[in-house]
Design a protein around this ligand. Structure first.
Ligand code: AMP
Length: 284
């Protein structure tokens, strides 16, 4: 079932709450794939009812990004949600979420701004304001759905860490459940943006996971120095790759590491054929 308005969704949720059912929320931007499916299935396994939001959130896109061409496939999304056992898709319009005001100016909106220490690095460095947009929409979804559990993928690990911090700092009564990255057999992390890639470009995109797995192998062989581990990446990159970052950071607070340990995550972002891809791996 697809619901487009907040008022309709609230009615359904009220009924579920009366029945004493626990509620899981899976926030997405749609163009759903098996990565999203794993989150929905996890929610279905843990909760009485599962809401999947499908909303291409305009305020988390920066000027010049792919807001207009981001894939929108609601009919196929409904089939995937049904297969995974989800109960409701919440697919609001931007006006339903933000009123007409934000179209005139973002100054019309109250924002949730996560700490600068978490957003001035990795994806936040090139995507100014992105995580303000993410935290604002996720907070709104929490207030609309009032879920007991919310499911986020480690695919967007900086986002996951920032949302956990927001929930803790603002005492939001929801439990965040982290879900592992789903990959193709080749190693490529599933992403809605993979739809932009042809087969050759997909092969170039494999560099990200290859670099991460190779670094992990080297780590397991005893190399702990981050500079030495970074050196191993360059053999996987060619003129089709524009490396945005390759960084080693603490899994809980994103502090930079110079010596890798078991609480280190390697984060990578690469542009290939104009498409920006991200991946990450916790060492060990
Ligand atoms: P998106 O629609 O890209 O905003 O993603 C919605 C949610 O699905 C986020 O919590 C993502 O981290 C998660 N997700 C996206 N791709 C994957 C994947 N390959 N494996 C696991 N979770 C994913």
């Amino acid at each position: 079932m697809i619901i487009h308005t907040i008022s309709e969704l609230r009615k359904i949720i009220k009924d579920w709450q009366k029945e004493g059912l626990s509620i899981g929320l899976v926030p997405t931007m749609g163009a759903l794939h098996d990565g999203h499916k794993s989150l929905i299935e996890k929610s279905v396994s843990m909760c009485g009812k599962t809401v999947v939001s499908v909303f291409v959130n305009p305020i988390q896109f920066c000027p010049g990004e792919d807001l207009d061409k981001y894939p929108r496939t609601l009919i196929q999304d409904e089939i995937l949600v049904n297969k995974a056992g989800g109960d409701v898709i919440f697919a609001p319009s931007p006006a339903e979420m933000y009123g007409e005001g934000h179209i005139l100016s973002n100054d019309f909106l109250t924002y949730v701004v996560p700490p600068y220490f978490y957003t001035d690095k990795l994806c936040g460095k090139s995507r100014t304001g992105h995580f303000d947009g993410v935290c604002t929409v996720v907070n709104k979804l929490f207030n609309i759905v009032r879920p007991d559990f919310a499911f986020f993928g480690e695919k967007d690990r900086q986002q996951l860490i920032i949302i956990k911090k927001m929930v803790k700092d603002l005492n939001i009564p929801v439990e965040i459940v982290a879900c592992p990255i789903v990959r193709e057999k080749s190693g490529l992390a599933l992403s809605s943006r993979n739809k932009y890639l042809n087969e050759t470009q997909k092969t170039d995109a494999l560099a990200l996971s290859k670099i991460l797995f190779n670094i992990n192998d080297c780590f397991k062989k005893g190399i702990k120095d981050v500079n030495a581990l970074k050196e191993t990446a360059y053999g996987f990159l060619n003129e089709n790759h524009d490396l945005e970052y390759l960084e080693f950071r603490d899994a809980d607070n994103l502090e930079e590491k110079t010596v890798a340990d078991l609480n280190t995550v390697v984060f990578i972002a690469v542009k290939t054929a104009g498409v920006r891809l991200i991946d990450n791996l916790k060492l060990g």
